[in-house]
Design a protein around this ligand. Structure first.
Ligand SMILES: [Zn+2]
Ligand SMILES: [Zn+2]
Length: 300
C-alpha cells in the first residue's frame, strides 16, 4: 500500500481506521498496461482489505492479485488470506494461478465465491489450470485451501462482516459490502444498473440501495460514457452517470469508478471524473467522486 494518495483516502473521523484497503487491479475485461494507464492502473480487479490485527481479505483474483501475492511473500509470517470472488469471468480469476501464497505449503487460503449452477469452485480452478489452459496443474498448489459459497446473506469472523448480494451481470454475480468497527466499504465491480436482460427479483434496485445504505466508500462498475452505452447495452456494465446516481441515492460518502474500460486513457478518465464532479455539485449531491487507482490507499 505504497503510493498513498490523500485524494482517495476517506476520513473516517478516527486517527487511524480499523481497516486499510487498496486496489491492486482496477481495470475491466482485460489487463491493459502501457503509458496511457499508468495513473489508474492496467491490472484487472483485485481489492485488498487488511484488519489491524493482521487478517487479510482479498476481493477478486484478477491480474492485480499477482503483485499483491509477491508483496505478501515478502512479509513476515505465513501469507494467509480469505479470497472472496464476485464471479468467475476471466478478468476476475486470471491472476489466481500466479498468486504466490498458493504455492506456500504453510499458507491457509480460503476461497469464497457464488454458486454457479452447482459448479464446484475448486473444479472451476482445476479446469482453469488444466494443461490445455495452463502449464502448471492445480495439484502443485501446496497451500491449505478451502472452498465455499456465499450467494447472499452474511459471512462474519471476529467482527469482520462481508455481505453478498446478487447483481445484474451475466452468470451468477455478487457484490460485497464490508463492515468492520464502524467502517464500511462496498465492492461491486461488475453490475449493469440499466438494461432488461437480468433475471433478478422485483424490487432489486431498492434492495441494492438498502444494501449500500450510508456506506463510507462505494467501489462500483463505471465502464461507459452515456454515448458509448448505446452500443454496449446488456453487456453487463454501467455508465459513470448511473453509478453517481446510485451512490447519491444510497447516501454513500464517496464513490470510486471501477472496472475501467481497457481502452480508457488516464487523461480521459481524469476528464470524466472532473465532468461528473461538476455535474454532481450542480445537482447538490454531497457524494465525493473519484476513479479507483491501483495501489492508492482507499481507507487507512
Ligand atoms: Zn469484470
Ligand atoms: Zn464479469
Amino acid at each position: 500500500m505504497d503510493q498513498v494518495s490523500p485524494a482517495t483516502t476517506i476520513d473516517t473521523g478516527q486517527e487511524r481506521s480499523a481497516i486499510e484497503a487498496a486496489c491492486w487491479g482496477t481495470r475491466g475485461s482485460i489487463a491493459s498496461p502501457g503509458p496511457d494507464t499508468v495513473k489508474f492502473g492496467g491490472n484487472t480487479p483485485c481489492l485488498e482489505v487488511r484488519v489491524r490485527d493482521g487478517r487479510r481479505f482479498i476481493f477478486d483474483a484478477g491480474t492485480g492479485i499477482r503483485p499483491l501475492g509477491v508483496n505478501m511473500m515478502e512479509e513476515a509470517g505465513t501469507p494467509d488470506a480469505v479470497v472472496f470472488l464476485t464471479h468467475f469471468h476471466w478478468d476476475h480469476i486470471q491472476g489466481f494461478p500466479f498468486f504466490q501464497p498458493l504455492y506456500h505449503s504453510d499458507a491457509s487460503i480460503r476461497i469464497i465465491g457464488p454458486n454457479q449452477a452447482h459448479a464446484d469452485i475448486q473444479k472451476l480452478f482445476v479446469t482453469q489450470m488444466a494443461s490445455i489452459n495452463f502449464p502448471v496443474p492445480f495439484a502443485e498448489l501446496s497451500a491449505k485451501k478451502e472452498f465455499s459459497n456465499l450467494d447472499g446473506g452474511a459471512w462474519e469472523e471476529d467482527g469482520f462482516c462481508v455481505r453478498a448480494m446478487r447483481v445484474r451481470h451475466p452468470s451468477f454475480t455478487v457484490g460485497h459490502r464490508i463492515d468492520y468497527d464502524g467502517v464500511s466499504l462496498a465492492y461491486i465491480p461488475d453490475n449493469e444498473l440499466a438494461g432488461e436482460r437480468y433475471d433478478v427479483e422485483k424490487g432489486w434496485r431498492k434492495r441494492l440501495v438498502d444494501f449500500l445504505g450510508d456506506v463510507d466508500v462505494l467501489i462500483h462498475d463505471a465502464m461507459f460514457t452515456d454515448d458509448e452505452y448505446g452500443s454496449k447495452l446488456d453487456w453487463g456494465h454501467s455508465t459513470f452517470g448511473q453509478t453517481v446516481e446510485l451512490a447519491h441515492e444510497a447516501g454513500a460518502k464517496k464513490v470510486l469508478f471501477f472496472h475501467h474500460d481497457p481502452c480508457r486513457s488516464d487523461q480521459e478518465l481524469s476528464e470524466i471524473v472532473d465532468f461528473h464532479r461538476v455535474q454532481a455539485a450542480a445537482r447538490g449531491y454531497s457524494v465525493e467522486i473519484d476513479a479507483a487507482a491501483e495501489r492508492d490507499e482507499i481507507i487507512g
